[in-house]
Design a protein around this ligand. Structure first.
Ligand code: PEP
Ligand code: MN
Length: 338
């Protein structure tokens, strides 16, 4: 929208209209009592806008559309669904349950966790092989060996695999083992990583940064979509707040906000938000009630022995209880936990 200055002359307006046509857009002139406004319809770039601001008689150029055309619901009004083998879907009528340990620590731990979550009805196994740890002295993950374990344990149980990729140069490697790539909160604005994810044929779950706005999350998703990969889901996992009694504050309102702005599927990770396992069930239920298309939950056979995020990991019994609770909430909102 181009707002003409109060002193703009008819020939200024004519020049603006001519320039808009020259750029290949359609001008819509509207004469108000005090100002003239020119609506421009088209997919403009920042440099097009700059050119228009420089014209005589132009006061302001206001962008009406958002900065994430591909992610926006305007572009794709219907809810997007990511489809996997065996009828597993993310964004469909089911609430997709993804669960497993924070980190792959060894074959035995992974097998125990995976067997338990599979028998509770989970179809997607989570587990980190490349861990983005706050401290360089903390357990960093088993790397490719961890990916191999994930693949073979998941295949043994008929599960899909979601695992984190922390660097652009690892995307092809991780995509060889995983069915879904996870981009972690700390990497939401690692644009080279996002571009690499845009070039790969694997669905990506993009987690919201610790201090990122919804708009920044959507623009980060746009990087992946603009690269050609249309299989993107967003994940709310809690943001930093002033409240010290919890690890992060789950921004439950971001669900209806995101549902309005985008048709990409929305996942919630209650574990990293809670920071303590006893808080996980309540916020998991709230997330499903608020419209989450999937949950990503940390589960460990012996949380007290976990090499990472033990405090927030559910043990196997707590997880099967959670599955029952979440199933009931899903039904109450016309869905099914799967
Ligand atoms: C994770 O899911 O293992 C993880 C590190 O989460 P986040 O990126 O949300 O902190
Ligand atoms: Mn974790």
């Amino acid at each position: 929208m181009i707002v003409m200055a109060a002193h703009a002359t008819p020939s200024d307006l004519k020049a603006v209209v001519a320039r808009i046509r020259l750029l290949g857009f359609t001008p819509h002139v509207s004469h108000g009592r005090e100002r003239t406004i020119v609506g421009v319809v088209g997919h403009e770039t920042d440099s097009d806008l700059e050119a228009l601001v420089a014209l005589t008689g132009v006061e302001r150029v206001v962008r009406v559309l958002n900065d994430y055309p591909l992610a926006s619901r305007d572009f794709h009004p219907a809810d997007r669904v990511i489809e996997f083998a065996n009828g597993v879907r993310l964004g469909g009528p089911e609430v997709l349950m993804m669960a497993g340990p924070c980190a792959v620590e060894g074959r035995e731990q992974l097998e125990e966790a995976a067997t338990a979550v599979a028998s509770a009805g989970v179809r997607v196994l989570r587990g980190g092989a490349f861990k983005p740890r706050t401290s360089p002295y903390s357990f960093q993950g088993l790397g490719e060996e961890g990916l191999r374990m994930l693949r073979s344990v998941a295949d043994g149980l008929g599960l899909l695999v979601i695992t984190e990729v922390v660097a652009g140069e690892d995307v092809d490697l991780v995509a060889r083992y995983a069915d879904l790539l996870q981009v972690g909160a700390r990497n939401m604005q690692n644009y080279r990583l996002l571009q690499a994810c845009g070039a790969v044929d694997r669905p990506v779950v993009l987690k919201r940064g610790l201090s990122a706005t919804v708009d920044e999350l959507l623009q980060a998703a746009e990087y992946i979509l603009a690269g050609g990969n249309q299989q993107v889901a967003l994940c709310e996992r809690g943001i930093r707040s002033f409240e010290p009694s919890i690890r992060f504050s789950l921004d439950i309102t971001s669900l209806p906000v995101l549902k309005r702005l985008t048709s990409l599927p929305i996942v919630v990770d209650p574990s990293h938000a809670a920071g303590r396992s006893e808080y996980v069930p309540a916020i998991a239920r709230a997330a499903v009630a608020a419209g989450a298309d999937g949950l990503l939950v940390e589960v460990h056979p012996r949380p007290s022995e976990a090499l990472s995020d033990g405090a927030q990991s559910l043990d196997l019994n707590a997880f099967s209880a959670l599955m029952v609770e979440v199933g009931k909430i899903a039904e109450a909102v016309g869905r099914r936990a799967a």
